[in-house]
Design a protein around this ligand. Structure first.
Ligand code: A5P
Length: 235
């Protein structure tokens, strides 16, 4: 395992052991870090006899949770989960984030925003001074009908490049999200005001949601290159 995988895994284990208690409803983000979280949740539930209910944010994490024996529920039944645990693509010093590398940003933002507490798990390579640096795009979920005008309007907001995300092996053509939409990756460079940019993007008709998660994180677990886990709480 690379140091980054080890770091993600150690941080995931720490988050689950510190935050998860019997009887909780837990929102599950998506992605590779969340796979470690779900494995640990399932182990803990099994070995400690915990009753947990989970709200998944994608087919990926929902199927994994079911396979490992966790029970699923929905926001219809539990509109205010006790806790959400999620990964991120970049995190800045205010604990704001870019998410959506796995195209699950919309359901993640919904579940994360509904939870009483949001914990984010990352390895330290994801920490940045400014969101958008290192050529990281902002993922934006868009209704296919509106893709072209939305793309033009995002350019007019200052993005130097905007691409329709393409699927990799296993599917030709664009990525289609779990909601049946497209993802645009917009390259803005280092972002001065993530909250303002998020608002401007969401004001474009046809935009469903953006991967800018501002003012949402309560606690951050960071796995380091040296094998430690640091926690940062919202100040
Ligand atoms: C899923 O759409 C994303 O928001 C993920 O949370 C983010 O991309 C982190 O994924 P990894 O844990 O796979 O790096």
């Amino acid at each position: 395992m690379s140091w980054r995988e080890e770091a993600k895994r150690s941080a995931a284990l720490r988050a689950v052991s510190e935050l998860v208690e019997d009887g909780m409803v837990v929102g599950l983000g998506s992605g590779t870090t969340m796979a470690y979280v779900v494995e640990e949740l399932a182990r803990k539930a099994r070995e400690e006899g915990l009753e947990l209910l989970c709200i998944p944010t994608s087919y990926q994490i929902g199927y994994l949770a079911l396979e490992l024996g966790l029970r699923l529920t929905s926001l219809d039944e539990h509109p205010e989960p006790d806790l959400a645990i999620d990964g991120a693509d970049q995190v800045d010093g205010r604990l704001d984030m870019i998410k959506g590398g796995g195209a699950a940003l919309t359901r993640e933002k919904i579940v994360d925003s509904c939870a009483r507490r949001l914990a984010i798990v990352v390895d330290e390579a994801k920490l940045v001074g400014r969101l958008g640096e290192k050529n990281m795009p902002v993922p934006i979920e868009v209704i296919p009908f509106a893709a072209r005008p939305v793309l033009n309007k995002i350019r007019a907001l200052g993005a130097r490049e905007v691409e329709v995300r393409q699927a990799g092996a296993g599917k030709v053509g664009p990525v289609i999200t779990d909601n049946g939409n497209l993802v645009l990756d917009a390259y803005f460079g280092p972002i001065e005001d993530p909250r303002a940019l998020d608002g401007a993007l969401r004001a474009i008709p046809g935009v469903i949601e953006t991967g800018l998660f501002v003012g949402m994180t309560d606690i951050l677990y960071v796995g380091t290159r040296e094998g430690q886990v640091r926690t940062v709480r919202r100040g």
